[in-house]
Ligand binder design. Structure first.
Ligand SMILES: Cc1cc2nc3c(=O)[nH]c(=O)nc-3n(C[C@H](O)[C@H](O)[C@H](O)COP(=O)(O)OP(=O)(O)OC[C@H]3O[C@@H](n4cnc5c(N)ncnc54)[C@H](O)[C@@H]3O)c2cc1C
Length: 377
């Protein structure tokens, strides 16, 4: 393929100052920060899919920074101070995303978020309630006021069944993921960066000079940033990354849908929200961790049936509904909570592992890796 390229094509389309691999939220934000800081840089983003094909166009659109049960688990792993730093990053990341694109472009809706507790999760509910003050104190210096409060009256109003308790987060919001990624891609292009789709990187070659091999040809470059998230080990082996597939479904529009907001259920293993009178519901990885630890998109009856059952019995017990679409996306998890942002070998940088919270962390993570590259120029 590459030997069919013209002299002109090779010189103008295959030679860049910086190549970013992956056009998810992290890669696009890296491009934005680099180009705004150094407008003279010639930057390309190479994406294997026709559209971004990992997590950024597949997610649920929760602009979230942690429910109480998630924060408890995270504090156990990293301690109070590190958790405060992480929440600060998540919150500032959300403000950054809003600042770059504006609320309208991403359809930002501050409708609040809720953690739901089942009838057989009473002791978890009580523990979480006892931690409300603790986490309000942790978050107050970051956001400015109390975040969490008990909101059990809403269980009836929202029409949920078999639910014991509900803790609200007044600062959680929702966005339209498709609009966000469309606007981000347009913005990157408007700044003068080139985005190539259907351009899977097979290998990064770092010998006398740096180049990136694809089926379309070999790109020459001075710096490479790998933002392929769950797929990173194919290009930079031995990163602490495990893929996690997330399966999702969405209903057809429902008349008089009783609730709005973002909802976390069963310690965050399930999540649902309203969107344009529909219900989007995802999760259930805990039913089959082994099978869902994959980089292959796909749906399984086990998880899809569990999602439907949850809709029928708990979320929409008294409402007729029809499923409209189903899809999946691939996330990246690891032993540590913060993203990996580093120079893995000379001139090759990596920014991956937003741990399932890329809407909050993606913009900052992209900016952080761009800063590393700028310092190295
Ligand atoms: C079902 C689901 C629900 C989620 N819900 C939420 C949510 O509500 N809120 C939230 O904050 N986060 C959520 N997330 C997580 C969030 O979407 C991710 O943290 C975020 O999108 C990660 O962005 P990224 O840019 O690091 O990776 P990705 O978006 O995965 O981007 C990596 C890109 O690299 C490309 N790529 C891979 N290999 C190559 C290669 N060799 N050459 C070229 N390109 C390559 C992929 O096609 C992909 O487009 C969810 C994720 C899923 C899957």
């Amino acid at each position: 393929m590459s030997n069919q390229l013209s002299y002109w094509e090779l010189n103008s389309f295959f030679d860049f100052d910086v190549i970013i691999i992956g056009s998810g939220i992290v890669g696009l934000n890296a491009a934005i920060h680099l180009k705004k800081s150094e407008p003279s840089l010639k930057i390309a983003v190479l994406e294997s899919g026709f559209l971004p094909s990992g997590a950024s166009t597949k997610n649920a659109g929760f602009a979230c920074f942690g429910s109480i049960s998630e924060l408890m688990e995270q504090e156990r792993i990293c301690g109070w101070e590190n958790l405060a730093a992480l929440i600060d990053k998540r919150w500032k990341g959300l403000l950054k995303l809003k600042g770059i694109l504006g609320d309208k472009a991403i359809d930002y809706q501050p409708l609040g978020g809720y953690e739901l507790f089942k009838n057989d999760d009473i002791s978890l509910y009580e523990t979480c309630v006892s931690k409300i003050e603790h986490y309000n104190q942790l978050i107050k210096p970051i956001i400015g006021s109390n975040t969490f409060f008990i909101d059990n009256n809403k269980i009836k109003k929202f029409g949920f069944k078999s639910m014991y308790g509900l803790i609200a987060n007044r600062y959680e919001a929702q966005i339209d993921t498709g609009k966000m990624m469309f606007a981000l891609t347009q913005y990157v292009q408007s700044l003068g960066c080139f985005v190539f789709n259907n351009c899977e990187v097979e290998e990064i070659v770092n010998e006398t000079s740096l180049s990136v091999k694809t089926k379309q040809g070999i790109f020459k470059t001075r710096k490479v940033i790998v933002t392929t998230n769950a797929f990173v080990n194919k290009l930079i082996p031995d990163q602490d990354i495990k893929p996690g597939r997330g399966q999702v479904l969405i209903t057809k529009p429902i008349k008089n849908l009783k609730f709005e907001g973002t909802f976390h259920y069963d310690k965050g293993y399930y999540y649902f929200r309203n969107i344009n009178d529909r219900v989007l519901l995802g999760g259930g990885r805990n039913l089959d961790f082994k099978a869902e630890e994959t980089t292959t998109l796909g749906l399984t009856p086990k998880i899809q049936n569990a999602l439907e059952k949850l809709l029928k019995e708990v979320i929409l017990p008294d409402t007729d509904f029809e499923i409209d679409y189903r899809w999946s996306g691939i996330m990246a998890f690891g032993n540590r909570l913060e993203p990996i942002v580093t120079e893995t070998s000379p001139n090759i940088f990596c920014a991956v592992r937003c741990n399932g919270m890329g809407i909050a962390m993606g913009s900052q993570t992209g900016e952080d890796v761009a800063e590393l590259v700028l310092k190295s120029l």
